[in-house]
Design a protein around this ligand. Structure first.
Ligand SMILES: *[C@@H]1O[C@H](CO)[C@@H](O)[C@H](O)[C@H]1NC(C)=O
Ligand SMILES: *[C@@H]1O[C@H](CO)[C@@H](O)[C@H](O)[C@H]1NC(C)=O
Length: 173
C-alpha cells in the first residue's frame, strides 16, 4: 500500500518535472539591423563626454556616447520595417584599439516581442568582423534572459561615422 502510494507520488513528481522543463526554457534567435546615426540634424547617437586626452584621430579612448538607435528588420533604415530601439550608452574603453563597452537595452516595439526588452553588455571591438557580447537579462517575454549577441558591421561611412550593424541575438528565456 505505502509502496504503491510512493510510486504514484514519484510518477507525479517526474511528470511535473518534465512539464516544468518543457515550459521553462526557450531559445529565440532574433536578427535585427542597428543604425548608429551620428551625423545630420537629428543624430541618434550623441557624444556626451570625453577626456581631455581623447583623440578622435585615434581610438577615441575616454569618450561616452548616448544612443537611441533605430532597429529595423532589414539593412535599409528608411525602407525596412521598424522593430524597436537600442537605448543606452557606449564608452570608448580601448586605449590602443577602438573597443567599445556597449551597455544597452533592445526595446522591442512591434510584433510578438512588443513591449519586451533585452539587456546587452559587452566588448565591441568595432573593426573586427564578428563581435560577441553578453545578453545579461530581459523583461516581458524575455524575463530571466541569458544569451549572447553577435555583431557584424554591414556599412560604415568613414566620412560621417554613420554605421549599420547586423545583430544576431541568441536568447535563452
Ligand atoms: C592622435 O592620434 C593620431 C593617430 O594615431 C596621432 O598621429 C596624433 O599625434 C594624436 N594626437 C595627439 C594629440 O596625441
Ligand atoms: C506595441 O504596443 C503598444 C502598447 O501596447 C501599442 O500602442 C502599439 O501599437 C504596439 N505596436 C505595434 C507595432 O504593434
Amino acid at each position: 500500500m505505502a509502496a504503491a502510494v510512493l510510486r504514484r507520488v514519484r510518477l507525479v513528481v517526474l511528470v511535473l518535472a518534465v512539464v516544468g522543463a518543457a515550459e521553462g526554457v526557450e531559445t529565440t534567435h532574433i536578427k535585427v539591423y542597428w543604425h548608429d546615426v551620428v551625423s545630420g540634424a537629428s543624430p541618434t547617437a550623441v557624444q556626451v563626454a570625453r577626456a581631455a586626452t581623447t583623440n578622435s584621430s585615434a581610438t577615441f579612448f575616454g569618450a561616452v556616447v548616448v544612443i537611441d538607435d533605430p532597429l529595423t528588420e532589414g539593412p535599409d533604415m528608411k525602407n525596412s520595417a521598424p522593430v524597436g530601439r537600442a537605448q543606452g550608452t557606449y564608452i570608448s574603453a580601448g586605449k590602443d584599439k577602438v573597443a567599445l563597452l556597449m551597455n544597452m537595452n533592445f526595446v522591442f516595439q512591434s510584433g510578438r516581442y512588443n513591449g519586451s526588452t533585452v539587456a546587452i553588455m559587452g566588448r565591441n571591438e568595432v573593426f573586427s568582423a564578428v563581435r560577441e557580447m553578453a545578453i545579461v537579462g530581459g523583461t516581458g517575454v524575455f524575463r530571466w534572459a541569458q544569451g549572447y549577441a553577435q555583431a557584424r558591421t554591414h556599412t560604415l561611412d568613414m566620412k560621417t561615422g554613420d554605421a549599420t550593424v547586423e545583430y544576431n541575438l541568441y536568447i535563452k528565456h
